[in-house]
Ligand binder design. Structure first.
Ligand SMILES: Nc1nc2c(c(=O)[nH]1)N[C@H]1C(S)=C(S)[C@@H](COP(=O)(O)OP(=O)(O)OC[C@H]3O[C@@H](n4cnc5c(=O)[nH]c(N)nc54)[C@H](O)[C@@H]3O)O[C@H]1N2
Ligand SMILES: Nc1nc2c(c(=O)[nH]1)N[C@H]1C(S)=C(S)[C@@H](COP(=O)(O)OP(=O)(O)OC[C@H]3O[C@@H](n4cnc5c(=O)[nH]c(N)nc54)[C@H](O)[C@@H]3O)O[C@H]1N2
Ligand SMILES: [Mo]
Length: 649
């Protein structure tokens, strides 16, 4: 028996449940933060809110909900821009895939994933890079499994040997934060083996010579030293990717949640440019988005730099179209993103926040700092379906309906497919739809908006977004969803983007895609003697994000929060499975039991973000942000483990 197997694995002996959140059924207000909430009428809650917003003009920010519908996100960003005169509107896309959007936009001019789910079933190679889709994208993973059944090979690139990796033909386990060296070494190997698609590179890209020079130092052996992945495995993946007729490169947060997340994304896109694995059926790039409608939220303009239809705020023609439709002036500059809004709270320049369906008090990196900043606001209104920790910090709490069952509208998934959702159940108590609340508040602030229903909102959006113009509700119903772009009511575009790159005619080919000249930059939170362990955080199948929507149910599958260590480290620190230890970083500390997982390597620990009411993992994480996308380095903190019986250093 190996050393690994001798250490017993902890097993949950009983079904685990975490904090149960009960639905909000009526508005809550309070006069000061020291007081408990009291029940209020909608009229009182909204009048108060409107009065505060009036006072906060110029210092207002909105967090919009990536779970709510496109229609709600359209109205929310319109509220920020028209009623409050600001582009300060954003969502949890910032903590998540903003680097994918930024990286894809820089390369191709559009931030969406380039392929469709169906193409994963009809491809030859699937690379899951920094993505545990078996747990986090189980529906997409069904398409992956079909692809494998149809003969596709799969590789997983993840520091942990995950459930996803169990289905792969090859697993590459890089050290956390070494994806750029790994990608560059793959690129160099492809070039040296003569496997680059020279015709595509010449016609459809720019910057190849600079790229080839950039990756030249990344020999297989140097990459092995830096990433910890054996040279032979790097070579194998390079050859498999370059030789495949069709290949899908899929990535998620293992790539984006780093202080250089956008650079990571560019490093992966480079590989598709080098091989021509983009812009054709079966070949493309799939950043699997996180929330049911985080793609749609951004498409609807609930981000600080884009108007609905992903139109650049700095483009005067786009701005003018919205200004004449909305009868307003859109500020001709980018607003603050979520991360910058948090900084502005600290500086005192952001005084009021309208938080719709987000729980940043528990989801932001360095959560103690996030809570302190939220407390510094003059006014916080939270509109949610549950009384979250963030709502507990608010002055006014508004009960909303749940988009997925109590509201009509549409959502957009990560293959850019817009689909209808329908009201199926009655909301509890006095809960109201997000759109109604936004429209009533707009009315109190002097803007009469009348939408008969969600379809009316959608038709307004269609009139302003060329990418959505051809998607009437009737067509969405008849076709069971349509992918954008869909400019015409009587046709459909291909299921993949950027086919233009393959056009022989340069005029039709359009702007070539530039290689991203990005350099390795290791994680900010360095490991040293005091904090010798690399902590990475992420997800499990049985729970959802901050646990608000998935708390309260008991299942033998669920085991609550643990700090997961490999058997060698458990032995090194003299701890056994199930033993409670103190986990400390440079920001804070928590107490959690140990779980021993042979899928980890020495020096690497894993925790989830799912049980913050019991163990607040984000007290440990670092707010080191990607300067381009604003995403924090959730995937790389430095920690130490202290036995609870030992004196705490
Ligand atoms: N069951 C469930 N499903 C979910 C969610 C949930 O909470 N629960 N949340 C949804 C949301 S919001 C999102 S954004 C998605 C996220 O979906 P994923 O991104 O797949 O989920 P994570 O577990 O956060 O991270 C993925 C992997 O990144 C790896 N990783 C860490 N550091 C590195 C690194 O430096 N390099 C590489 N290559 N990999 C690294 C981790 O080991 C982990 O396995 O899931 C969505 N789906
Ligand atoms: N340590 C660590 N932290 C992370 C991450 C990580 O990997 N590691 N990942 C980050 C990522 S990818 C993400 S996306 C964020 C998620 O961070 P958040 O979005 O802040 O967290 P959620 O738990 O998803 O909160 C969603 C809220 O929306 C509410 N809600 C749901 N539907 C509706 C609706 O229709 N209307 C309204 N008004 N409210 C609704 C829910 O009740 C819940 O309170 O966390 C980030 N934080
Ligand atoms: Mo996410």
């Amino acid at each position: 028996m190996s050393e690994h197997e001798r250490i017993p694995k902890a097993r949950a002996s009983r079904a685990y449940t975490s904090k149960t959140y009960t639905r909000l059924t009526h508005p809550l207000v309070r006069d000061s933060r020291d007081e408990p909430f009291r029940r209020a009428t909608w009229e009182e809650a909204l009048t108060r809110t409107a009065a505060w917003f009036e006072r906060a003009r110029g210092a207002f920010g909105m967090f919009s909900c990536a779970r709510a519908t496109n229609e709600m996100n359209y109205v929310a960003q319109k509220f920020a821009r028209v009623v409050m005169g600001t582009n300060n509107v954003d969502s949890c896309n910032r903590t998540c895939h903003a680097p994918s959007v930024a990286g894809l936009s820089a390369a191709f001019g559009s931030g969406g994933g380039t392929s469709s789910y169906k193409e994963v079933e009809h491809t030859d190679l699937i690379v899951m890079w920094g993505s545990n889709a078996r747990f986090a994208h189980p529906i997409f993973f069904q398409h992956v499994l079909k692809g494998i059944r149809n003969g596709a090979r799969m590789y997983a690139v993840d520091p942990r040997r995950t459930k996803t990796a169990e289905w792969a033909e090859g697993w590459l386990g890089p050290n956390v934060g070494t994806d750029i060296p790994l990608a560059h070494a793959i690129g160099r190997e492809i070039i040296h083996a003569g496997l680059a698609n020279r015709a595509f590179v010449e016609r459809a890209t720019t910057g190849y010579e600079e790229y080839a020079a950039l990756v030249e130092p990344w020999t297989l052996s140097l990459a092995e030293q830096v990433t910890g992945v054996p040279a032979a495995a790097i070579k194998e993946l390079a050859h498999a990717y370059a030789r495949a007729e069709r290949a899908q490169l899929c990535w998620t947060l293992g790539i984006t949640e780093h202080h250089n997340g956008t650079d990571n994304v560019r490093a992966l896109i480079n590989l598709s440019l080098l091989t021509g694995h983009v812009g054709r059926f079966g070949s493309g790039l799939q950043p699997l988005r996180g929330q049911n409608n985080v793609q749609g939220g951004g498409d609807m303009g609930a981000i600080p730099n884009r108007l609905p239809g992903f139109q650049d705020i700095l483009d005067p023609a786009a701005r003018h179209a919205f200004e004449s439709a909305w009868n307003t002036v859109v500020p001709p500059r980018y607003g603050l993103n979520l991360t910058e809004m948090f900084e502005a709270m600290e500086e005192g320049t952001l005084k009021a926040v309208y938080c719709i369906g987000e729980n940043p008090a528990q989801s932001e990196a360095d959560s103690e700092q996030a809570v302190r900043r939220l407390r510094a606001l003059d006014f916080l209104v939270v509109q949610d379906i549950f009384l979250t920790k963030t709502a507990g910090l608010a002055d006014v709490v508004l009960p909303a309906t749940a988009a997925w069952a109590e509201t009509d509208g549409t959502t957009t998934n990560s293959e850019r497919r817009v689909q209808r959702v329908r009201k199926a159940v009655r909301p509890p108590g006095e809960a109201r739809e997000d759109i109604d609340v936004l429209c009533e508040l707009a009315g109190l602030l002097g803007h009469e908006w009348k939408y008969a229903d969600a379809r009316a909102v959608w038709d307004e959006l269609r009139s302003l977004s060329p990418d959505h113009r051809g998607m009437t509700y009737d067509r969405l119903d008849a076709l069971q969803g349509i992918q954008w772009p869909c400019p015409d009511e009587d046709g459909l575009e291909p299921s993949y983007l950027h086919g233009r790159l393959w056009e022989p005619d340069p005029a039709r080919r359009g702007r070539p895609a530039p290689f991203g000249l990005v350099a390795h930059d290791p994680p900010v939170d360095v490991t040293d003697e005091a904090y010798p362990i690399r902590l990475t955080t992420g997800r499990r199948l049985d729970s959802y994000n901050t646990g608000v929507q998935s708390g309260g149910y008991a299942s033998p599958l669920r085991r609550g929060e643990y700090v997961e260590l490999c058997p060698e480290d458990a032995e090194r620190y003299g701890v056994v499975a199930g033993e409670e230890v103190r986990v400390a970083s440079r920001r804070g500390s928590v107490v959690a039991p140990v779980w021993v997982d042979p899928g980890l390597r020495p020096g690497l620990a894993f925790m989830t973000m799912h049980f913050p009411d019991e163990v607040d993992t984000n007290q440990l994480t670092i707010e080191a942000n990607c300067p381009i996308a604003g995403t924090a380095e959730f995937k790389a903190s430095a920690i130490r483990i202290d036995k609870l019986t030992a004196p705490v250093r």
